[in-house]
Design a protein. Structure first.
Length: 322
């Protein structure tokens, strides 16, 4: 990353500044659309900056690992209610539940055909007790303590980025929804599910509130009631997208590492072309730039002027380190 004293203390820059700085560092044009598309593809990490004058509410998220047998029983109970209501007796219910779980078990075996699972790992008991279903768990509701968070791209925030890309291209976009809501990553590495409040009329109509509101003491009135909130469908109005200097440096380093893997054939071709120019031309003092331009003019596949200069730079660095 281009040296900047200010970047050493800044926690965030907007997308326009990030694109400009990366363009300089990478020596090729980078725009905000590039950054948003790369973020969707998981190549870099964007951040969101919330307004200073507002407070936002979220719940911490964590992974829950539930044994497949336990989870499938819960799913069947939910599905059975809509399919059969309360019309099944106990024996019928248990039989339908067994069929439901066994069908998922057979699907699991079919998906693992050709794998190196042991006979024990293929057993029904192992599947129910040791194979885990990963789901989101949620902590208590509370106010976000920071105003800058990374976009995890696991929830509805990815839809917002898609919408911005389509809007900049003046294209229509179908309405999309992610029921998990907006999922942010804090500086502590934890995930947070951004929350949105139901409207006041809906809250007043909630039966659970009508019976308990009068019993709450004055302090309880200032506490957040998680029943009044739900996962936000998108990023709030007034927030800005950008990148942290740390993630900008990580992205640049990632590209630099890829560029450092220069095929041996290109290195040999470059050296051969350089030697040919030096030994076959009249006496003159060649500069690196002159050589790069002369070799690039030969239109050798894979050897652009920038690639040649990159090879020369690495050669000089290696030579000086000896």
């Amino acid at each position: 990353m281009i040296e900047s004293k200010l970047l050493k203390v800044k926690k965030w820059v907007d997308l326009n500044e990030a694109a400009i700085r990366l363009s300089i560092a990478l020596d090729e044009p980078v725009n905000t659309l590039d950054l948003m598309e790369l973020a969707l593809e998981g190549e870099l990490v964007l951040s969101v900056k919330f307004p200073f004058d507002k407070k936002y509410i979220a719940r911490r998220m964590y992974e829950e690992h539930t044994p497949m047998g336990v989870r499938l029983k819960k799913l069947f109970k939910f599905e059975c209610f809509f399919r059969h209501g309360n019309n099944l007796n106990e024996d019928e219910y248990l039989e339908e539940e067994r069929k439901y779980i066994y069908q998922h078990y057979e699907n699991f075996l079919a998906s693992e055909v050709g794998s190196d699972l042991s006979e024990e790992q293929k057993s029904f008991t192992y599947y129910c007790e040791n194979i885990k279903m990963v789901e989101w768990g949620y902590g208590e509701i509370g106010y976000l303590k920071e105003n800058i968070y990374e976009l995890s791209m696991l929830g509805a925030e990815s839809i917002d980025v898609m919408w911005l890309i389509q809007q900049n291209r003046e294209r229509e976009m179908e309405e999309l929804t992610n029921l998990d809501g907006v999922i942010l990553r804090g500086s502590d590495g934890e995930l947070y599910n951004l929350q949105e409040k139901f409207d006041d009329e809906f809250i007043r109509d909630m039966k659970s509130d009508s019976s308990s509101e009068t019993k709450n003491n004055i302090l309880d009135k200032f506490k957040l009631n998680e029943r009044h909130y739900f996962p936000a469908g998108g990023l709030p109005v007034g927030c800005e997208l950008g990148m942290s200097p740390v993630n900008m440096s990580l992205f640049e380093r990632k590209l630099s590492e890829d560029e450092s893997k220069i095929p041996e054939q290109l290195v040999l071709t470059t050296l051969g072309a350089a030697l040919n120019e030096i030994t076959s031309s009249s006496a003159r003092k060649w500069t690196q730039g002159d050589l790069a331009i002369r070799i690039a003019d030969k239109k050798i596949p894979g050897l652009s002027e920038r690639t040649i200069n990159g090879i020369f730079a690495r050669c000089k660095k290696q030579y000086k380190s000896m």
